[in-house]
Design a binder for this molecule. Structure first.
Ligand SMILES: Cc1ncc(COP(=O)(O)O)c(C=O)c1O
Length: 443
């Protein structure tokens, strides 16, 4: 982790007067349905710091929801984007191709779990990648059912809303949703019966699947190896492997949604790596391209190539500027060993969060891997979620200039997703503020 040149520095209330004015302007132009966690308008951003229009510098423990892993203006990404944008901005890969797209697919083939032959297709957003993974799985298997889990989040398009578990705000009054989607209980160690192993949690889910859907009807099981919006739920060890093994036995495709967990976020290229699981298909987005919109489906060559020519694509998918950004970001991840950086963030953060759990019974659980860490807040002595307290702690952090996000089906999880290049003292400052916010809010 590098030494910072500038740190958190507040010169106005948060949001400041210029941000407040911009927010009023926004309300007259931007649809109300598009929310913002903290309406501080950003002028520039760097490795773990956001500089706003009022002259405040905030600590960023959110990375724009796990996107700016290499920083929000990594010089190598900026240079690669500038160079590409001056050459050409777009041709459409489906019309006249370019090599950067191919190189991104080569990198994906190399970095995703498993040494088998792979192919990739590039898209614009995580939801679009998930939609395409389902299309490919259905086409390759000739089956229709798609199986997802409680607390899952896979996006906001029509099919991905059906795959996403939580009603508010993602699905409420947006139906009808796509059919042939089935939901199973997830392994959730905090809330499962004590002692339920990963294998037992998998058996609980797969028995339902067998009885209610029938393996022969299932195209794919789609799962986040660590659930993101659902509350950073890390399944019990063995759960993912048992589900993947069942899939292999039954000719069902195992699809890992690594959109939030991928590209070094959890201290490994992909979270599936921690469990030694090799998915048939992997979806990626977010951290892949240093903030530019890019997403992918990567999978076994025979599955990916089963789709007829022209069956996959989209005007902007694998845009050359986004591909240039991805190649620069992946270079940074390799050269700066961002897997080790994520692990270093975990080593700093987890003990501090555990200290909070020991001191405050409302901190019901501390969990996560690498730079994807969370605390779950409950009514003391129970497992009853406390979303109201969670919201107040988040607000107290925001008022002190630290961006933290909330998550969870019950909205009672504070999640930390710092950029992997955040300097140690900026991170520690953010964690000091979080500790103080918890103390003053709970007292
Ligand atoms: C696991 C997962 N899948 C899919 C998505 C959807 O990605 P996007 O917002 O780029 O459509 C997200 C976004 O948060 C995600 O975390």
């Amino acid at each position: 982790m590098a030494t910072p040149t500038i740190a958190r520095h507040l010169v106005t209330e948060i949001p400041g007067p210029k941000s407040q004015a911009a927010q009023q302007r926004r309300q007259r132009a931007v649809a109300a349905g598009v929310g913002s966690t903290l309406p501080v308008f950003v002028e520039s951003a760097g490795a773990g710091l956001l500089h706003d229009v009022d002259g405040n510098t905030l600590v960023d423990l959110g990375s724009g929801i796990a996107v700016t892993s290499v920083g929000a203006a990594a010089p190598e990404v900026v240079a690669a984007v500038q160079e590409q944008v001056a050459k050409f901005t777009h041709t459409c890969f489906m019309v006249t191709p370019y090599e950067a797209y191919v190189e991104v697919c080569e990198q994906l083939g190399e970095l995703t779990p498993g040494s088998h032959e792979k192919r990739s297709a590039l898209f614009n957003s995580g939801a679009e990648a998930v939609e395409n993974a389902v299309k490919i799985a259905r086409h390759a298997t000739g089956r229709q059912a798609v199986v997802v889990f409680d607390h899952a989040y896979h996006g906001r398009t029509n099919l991905t809303m059906a795959l996403t578990a939580k009603n508010m705000p993602y699905k409420h009054r947006f139906g009808p949703f796509a059919p042939e989607v089935y939901r199973l209980p997830m392994s959730y160690p905090l809330r499962d019966p004590a002692g339920l192993t990963g294998e037992q949690a998998a058996a609980r889910a797969l028995d339902l699947l067998d009885k209610q859907v029938g393996a022969d009807n299932v195209a794919c099981v789609l799962i986040e190896p660590i659930q993101g919006e659902g509350g950073f739920i890390v399944p019990a060890p063995g759960f993912l492997k048992a589900v993947a093994d069942w899939c292999r036995d039954k000719g069902v495709l195992f699809v890992a949604d690594e959109i939030q967990t991928g590209f070094c976020r959890t201290g490994s290229w992909f979270a599936s790596d921690h469990e030694g699981v090799v998915p048939d298909l992997v979806t990626t987005a977010k951290g892949i391209a240093g903030g530019l919109p890019l997403a992918a489906v990567t999978g076994r060559a025979e599955i990916m190539d089963a789709v007829h020519g022209g069956g996959l694509g989209g005007t902007y998918g694998g845009n050359p500027v986004a591909c240039a950004a991805a190649l620069a970001s992946i270079r940074i991840m390799r050269e700066q060993n961002l897997n080790a950086a994520a692990k270093a963030i975990e080593d700093i953060t987890l003990p501090r969060l555990r200290e909070l759990a020991a001191g405050f019974p409302a901190v019901g659980d501390v969990r996560g891997r690498g730079a994807m860490l969370a605390v779950e807040l409950v009514k003391p002595g129970t497992l009853e979620p406390d979303p109201e307290l969670t919201g107040r702690i988040a607000k107290a952090c925001h008022a002190r200039g630290v961006v933290v996000l909330t998550a969870g089906t019950h909205g009672n999880v504070l999640r930390l997703l710092p950029p992997l290049v955040i300097p140690a003292d900026v991170l520690n400052d953010g964690l000091d503020v979080l500790a103080e916010a918890i103390q003053i809010t709970i007292r």
